[in-house]
Design a protein around this ligand. Sequence first.
Ligand SMILES: [Zn+2]
Length: 203
Amino acid sequence: MAFRFLALPAHRLVDFPKTLPDEERLEPDLPPVHEAVERALAGAEFRDLKARDRLRALLQGDRPPALGSPGKGFGASAIFAQPPQDLPALLRLADELEHLARREAGERALVWKCGQCSARYAVPVALVRQVSIRCERCGNPVQLSSQESLGEEALIDPFQGAVNSSRHQLAAFFREAMARGWPVLVAEGGTPAPRGRPSSPAA
Ligand SMILES: [Zn+2]
């Protein structure tokens, strides 16, 4: 399932099956990988509940969400956070998301390029030794010395990158919505899970 967050002024809210207006709408720029968005929220809490559990309770609980859909392919929306009472909790969640993103930002690595064929080699900073290796692709010797290195970068896979970018986007979005005093809504897209049964977590 895909979560979609949006915020808009309270006076613009409409009931399902109407669609929420596009005017004065705030939405985080989330990657299209919905597993990354779910994963971004894993481990974060909102009002003493795991953020994901709160989302499931809101969208798949006994009382179905009643507000307008954010758009095609999405169901009714529920209020995730309402200012001013949820402001402190939402700001804490934003901090937590950024903390998780920093913690999982990836190990630093030094990077080299083969002078012959441009194959890239990355070695975690802690494991760097002054050695010469033979390039796997062309057999040319590559000096793994820090002087020859192209510099440092984070060893991070694209999925983890999408998770962390979701965290930064959501944190900025939550802060902006609360600064404007707008309620934060959430809706679910994709194939709706059967009601009354927990959906299986994304693999
Ligand atoms: Zn090479």
